[in-house]
Design a protein around this ligand. Structure first.
Ligand SMILES: Nc1ncnc2c1ncn2[C@@H]1O[C@H](COP(=O)(O)OP(=O)(O)OP(=O)(O)O)[C@@H](O)[C@H]1O
Length: 563
């Protein structure tokens, strides 16, 4: 009370100097307050550089890898546990602190608290968006790792932007270094269907496969490696010549002949990551393909497997049931049953890859004859390599790879009673296998049953070949019967359709159909009333769109209609 009364007294003091002093004091206090807030704001925002790493982007992997090497994250109390050892995550060792292999991986759900650390004399603060940890966006899909919608927020307390780029370069270098013994393979996940940000979140790290473990024709691996290496080393030449720095390879041949293995081995040799999509999955459409490939970073290998799936197979074409009225019905035979990707969508993507620097594009197919010439023209595909079933030389090389002389100097008599040198056994093995009848994968499968008994492998190979040949004969017969049945059903369907149409016409209910191209409506004009009695006129028309539930309706159509 006293305070207020003296304040009033001072304000209304007859001495103006006292009032002025008070006003000045007020201004001073207010200015001080504002200056203080200004300082706080400056300290809070200006001296720090902020960066965000979004899950699904390779840079996110770099920072997670970096942070799992940092002590603080090992003090985490929350973990995602994964038993999928082939899945790429960044687990920590609960016992000793170094990165581990074990029965499960423990990946800290870090940064529920901001974590402060020093790097090269600068202070960094890192934290992760908590909501995204507890609420994965696609819970129904098995992503095989921690929830996927994370963002890591990094603050560096400096004004030098170059520190951020130095840091990013360092975490990338650490990531690449730690991956050296492995090749990282990212495959398109379900969300590829939507081209979502997590399209490439399915990550596997395989141990690098030395190129010399591939059993291929003479000089194939060497020329492929030389070509890819030259491509990687001549970026300036491409820029000066005005040619997009990209290179396309097509590997074609029967299943199990080593196409995918070659690409993985090459990626390991060149130190590149592989981004792989399979068109056979049927989930992919043009939009998804376009978006997923646009998220592939430069200096990587993009692999599209089973590229022929963007084209209808022979069987599908043959199964087309002709319409009696010569109207081609898209509902009768869905083209490209295995994939919703179209040729033009595929070409757009391949041409689009050209705008990315340093991109190596690989495509594989078991049916090169189905590919459109536009797809494999130079500029899109620069090198084609044919893979064949095992030749005599390959069978022999395969045997020698399984039983190297270093491990089998002269076959172990305890394990295997027959003891000729393995080089002789290899020849005998290859002589027993008909040329270009079996894939290397099949031979590998056979030899796996005789890991330490080469002589037994040779002794039993003829019986195995015979057995396999008779199995194939039986399978061929079954398929021929199926094809015959399909053919008969198709003929019957055609016959029935013509018959029904003919009967209806002949019955005098002639339906005149006018097809309006614009709105596709079908108008029908009833013919003069039937001469005989009480029958109701039957309207015969071919619907443009089959009724829902009709046998002519395919699942594709259902999707389209519901859309
Ligand atoms: N030429 C080869 N050299 C070494 N191993 C091979 C070879 N071909 C196949 N294999 C082995 O067979 C298995 C399947 O090979 P891979 O997946 O590379 O065949 P593919 O031709 O890509 O088959 P698909 O066309 O079905 O994808 C692998 O384990 C691989 O080690």
């Amino acid at each position: 009370m006293m305070g207020f009364s003296s304040l009033f007294a001072a304000i209304f003091s007859p001495r103006p100097f006292d009032s002025l002093k008070l006003v000045l004091l007020g201004i001073l206090v207010e200015s001080g307050r504002r200056f203080f807030y200004w300082l706080v704001e400056r300290f809070k925002y200006r001296p720090s550089i902020n960066a965000y790493f979004n899950q699904g982007d390779p840079a996110y992997e770099w920072i997670v890898h970096f942070m799992t090497q940092e002590e603080a994250w090992k003090r985490s109390r929350d973990f995602n546990i994964s038993a999928k050892s082939s899945q790429r995550t960044w687990g920590i060792n609960m016992q000793s602190g170094s990165q581990v292999q074990g029965n499960a991986e423990y990946v800290p759900i870090y940064c529920t608290e901001p974590y402060l650390f020093r790097w090269k004399g600068y202070w960094f603060e890192i934290k992760k968006n908590r909501d995204s940890i507890s609420a994965p966006r696609y819970p129904a899909v098995d992503f095989g790792g921690p929830p996927l919608t994370g963002t890591i927020h990094l603050s560096i307390f400096t004004l030098k932007v170059s520190i951020l780029s130095d840091f990013v370069e360092e975490i990338r270098a650490r990531y690449v270094e730690s991956n050296k013994p492995r090749v990282v393979i990212r495959s398109g996940t379900e969300s590829t269907r939507f081209g979502g940000p997590n399209s490439w979140s399915n990550i596997k790290a395989k141990y690098r496969r030395p190129l010399d473990t591939l059993v291929l024709g003479e000089g194939v691996v060497e020329s492929l490696l030389a070509d890819a290496q030259e491509f990687m080393d001549t970026v300036n030449w491409y820029v000066e010549a005005g040619i997009p720095h990209r290179r396309g390879y097509l590997l074609h041949g029967p299943p199990g002949t080593g196409k995918t293995s070659t690409i993985h081995a090459l990626a390991g040799e060149l130190g590149l990551e592989v981004y792989t999509l399979s068109l056979a999955s049927g989930h992919m459409d043009d939009g998804g393909l376009q978006q997923a490939t646009s998220r592939v970073p430069p200096n990587t290998i993009l692999l599209i497997e089973d590229i022929d799936c963007a084209f209808p197979s022979r069987e599908e074409e043959e199964d087309d049931i002709p319409s009696p009225f010569g109207i081609s019905s898209p509902y009768m035979s869905p083209p490209g049953l295995g994939s919703r990707v179209t040729l033009s969508g595929l070409l757009n993507v391949i041409d689009g890859i050209g705008s990315e620097e340093g991109r190596i594009f690989f495509a594989t197919t078991n049916h090169v004859d189905r590919l459109d010439p536009a797809l494999i023209r130079p500029g899109r595909i620069d090198m084609k390599i044919e893979y064949t079933l095992a030749t005599h030389a390959q069978s022999r090389a395969m045997f020698s790879r399984f039983f190297p002389e270093s491990r089998f100097p002269n076959t172990d008599a305890d394990k295997d009673p027959i003891t000729p040198p393995v080089s002789e056994l290899a020849k005998e093995f290859a002589d027993s296998i008909p040329e270009k009848e079996f894939s290397i994968a099949e031979l590998q499968g056979y030899l796996l049953g005789y890991k330490s008994t080469p002589a037994k492998a040779v002794a039993n190979i003829r019986a195995w070949v015979q057995q396999e040949c008779s199995n194939r004969e039986a399978k061929k017969k079954r398929e021929a019967e199926k094809a015959e049945k399909r053919k008969k059903a198709k003929e019957q369907a055609t016959f029935d359709m013509h018959n029904r149409a003919g009967e209806a016409m002949a019955a005098g209910f002639g339906t005149v159909m006018q097809r309006s191209i614009g709105d596709q409506a079908i108008k029908s004009y009833p013919s003069p009333a039937p001469t005989s009695g009480s029958e109701t006129p039957v309207l015969v028309s071919v619907p443009q769109t089959p009724e829902k539930g009709s046998p002519l309706m395919t699942s594709n159509d259902t999707d389209k209609r519901e859309d």
